[in-house]
Design a protein around this ligand. Structure first.
Ligand SMILES: Nc1ncnc2c1ncn2[C@@H]1O[C@H](COP(=O)(O)OP(=O)(O)OP(=O)(O)O)[C@@H](O)[C@H]1O
Length: 207
């Protein structure tokens, strides 16, 4: 699988945020998007995930398949918000996402174990600490398979141990043929990554 972005441009509030942005990432690849606040990192991830329209350019998935007909269909998106309901239990939240997204990959229990939250599935999501909430949001990536992980500041709120554990999960995803595109201000502890800096245009990267 390969995702290829050609000459992308996007607007927010009527302003062009970036233009002439091109990159390509293949199976096992990781693209780290860095740059100052407001340079358009989140905007780029949202555009890749089909959550915002592009103003120019195109993003292609090769090969497109019946399972993954579009780039957006192949993505898990972890944004600044965790996308989980306070009043539901941790387990109910993850079951919702598993049912919504399709076929089970990891069981809810195994996914919680992998983020160090085994046994906490019965708790209301709203009582968890900030870092624990982020870890449940990461578990969301594990309960169903999507080849492309779009991660926006994924380690926000994580302690050092959780960061290391998450780096292992990202490496396992890459080893399974997955792709990671992450916006971050911090190194994520991953080997063999391509980085580009938003705000320095034109931007071209091939991973
Ligand atoms: N809904 C919106 N309406 C108008 N402008 C917006 C909207 N959302 C974002 N913007 C603007 O778009 C620009 C890019 O924002 P974006 O969130 O993509 O930046 P970022 O690089 O991810 O920043 P940060 O490092 O702070 O997370 C900013 O100037 C922001 O103010």
């Amino acid at each position: 699988m390969r995702i290829t972005a050609s000459d992308l441009g996007a607007d927010r509030g009527g302003e062009r945020i970036f233009s002439d942005l091109s990159f390509s990432v293949s199976d096992g690849g990781c693209l780290l998007v860095t740059g100052p606040n407001g340079s358009g990192k989140s905007t780029l991830l949202r555009a890749i995930g089909g959550l915002l329209p592009l103003s120019e350019g195109a993003i292609a998935l090769e090969p497109a398949s019946e399972t993954w007909p579009t780039v957006a269909s192949a993505c898990h998106y972890l944004g600044h918000h965790n996308g989980l309901k306070q009043a539901l239990s941790v387990e109910e939240n993850l079951r919702f996402w598993r049912d919504f997204s399709g076929e089970e990959r990891e069981s809810v229990e195994d996914a919680l174990d992998q983020v160090g939250l085994y046994g906490l599935g019965h708790l209301p999501f709203g009582v968890l600490s900030t870092g624990q909430r982020r870890r449940v949001a990461i578990a969301r990536l594990l309960v169903t398979w999507r080849p492309i992980w779009l991660l926006d500041e994924p380690t926000a709120g994580l302690d050092a141990r959780s960061e290391t554990r998450f780096a292992g999960l990202m490496e396992a995803h890459r080893e399974a043929g997955g792709i990671i595109i992450a916006a971050t201000h911090w190194p994520l502890g991953l080997a063999d990554v391509q980085e580009f800096v938003m705000g320095e245009m034109p931007m071209d990267a091939v991973v």
